[in-house]
Design a protein around this ligand. Structure first.
Ligand code: CO
Ligand code: ZN
Length: 333
């Protein structure tokens, strides 16, 4: 599984440019599903049929944050805008790789207020070119952060753990899962990082009875970090609230009961800022009961995002249990 994760995180596919990662995922999931479709936006929809069963959509986004070139000056320096939530303090000194293979480093203008973190428009990508002609970058070219997988033993680090670790959990669960009480739509969605756009069209197309997103969540366990109860290594988190959704209480109840019955560690998650595909599913059509199974992750949206291997294993166990235990959804009737 570590090899799969390494392959997934090292494949560069920023939002809107998911071709490479879609091929990798398709290749890895094909043996474990009945049918595969790609919709107009590029979402990869993988179906396990079950006649007459409740239809669950499980969404893990396959895009990652990145950069897009906006201007190349006569000396070959490339200005850029973010694709998704790119923070200036993670950029300086970073390395990026354009999808055309050109690599570069991020530099920054000199500032008169060194204690302030410069904004992205004060930064540029230096691709080592002497002028605009040799830079080989066009306006609109897209780059991903360039950072290989790092194995720290129990903990794993890379760019794009958000959300390739969710992708890995979904692939691995379908690989291990023999039976389910659901008809399963495993969706590898596009453009999550620019506003859950892929899951929006995918959920409309699938029209699920319930939805579950698999994504990373932040932690509060680093020195002087944010006040948040989630910690690395204490189990997958069951989302209760983030800035995009109030998870359906019936789904929360189902997830907690299932975890407790199977003695799988879990954490209750309230995320102050951020959202997931769960929101898109919940607000689809006339509404869908939806929740999120989160994998705790330090340094979300930095080029080095850290997850705990036991949390990953327990997320797979919990997802497998959920797919074998039907929820009680009828009490709103
Ligand atoms: Co993200
Ligand atoms: Zn994510």
């Amino acid at each position: 599984m570590k090899e799969l994760i390494k392959t997934l995180v090292e494949t560069n596919s920023p939002s809107g440019y998911e071709n490479s990662i879609r091929q990798v995922i398709r290749h890895n999931i094909e043996p474990y599903v009945d049918e595969i479709k790609v919709d107009a936006l590029g979402n990869l929809l993988c179906v396990r049929h079950k006649e007459g069963a409740l239809k669950i959509m499980i969404s893990a986004h396959m895009d990652e944050i990145g950069l897009m070139a906006t201007h190349v000056d006569q000396n070959g320096f490339v200005r850029f805008i973010p694709l998704g939530g790119v923070y200036p303090h993670h950029c300086i000194g970073g390395r990026v790789r354009f999808l055309n293979g050109v690599s570069g480093v991020i530099g920054v203008e000199r500032t008169t207020t060194p204690q302030e973190i410069p904004s992205l428009d004060k930064m540029f990508i230096d691709v080592g070119a002497a002028n605009a002609q040799t830079a080989q970058i066009k306006i609109g070219d897209v780059a991903a952060f360039d950072r290989p997988f790092l194995d720290l033993g129990k903990r794993w680090v890379s760019k794009a753990m958000d959300d390739r670790i969710g992708v890995a959990v979904l692939i691995e669960t379908l690989k291990q899962l023999q039976n389910s009480v659901f008809e399963i739509y495993a969706v590898f969605s596009v453009q999550e990082e620019v506003g859950v756009r892929g899951a929006t069209t995918a959920a409309f197309g699938v029209a699920p009875d319930l939805g579950l997103a698999l994504d990373v969540t932040a932690t509060g366990d680093t020195p002087k970090g944010i006040k948040m109860e989630v910690e690395l290594g204490k189990g997958p988190a069951i989302k209760i609230r983030d800035s995009g959704m109030l998870a359906d209480p019936r789904i929360i109840h189902w997830m907690i009961q299932t975890a407790e019955q199977a003695s799988i560690p879990y954490q209750r998650e309230i995320l102050e800022f951020g959202g997931t595909d769960g929101r898109a599913m919940q607000l689809s059509r006339s509404g869908v009961p939806a929740g999120v199974l989160s994998i705790p992750c330090r340094y979300v949206h930095a080029p080095s995002e850290m997850v705990d291997s036991e949390d990953v294993e327990n997320a797979i166990l919990l997802l497998s249990e959920l797919l074998n235990n039907p929820p009680k959804l009828e009490f709103l009737a």
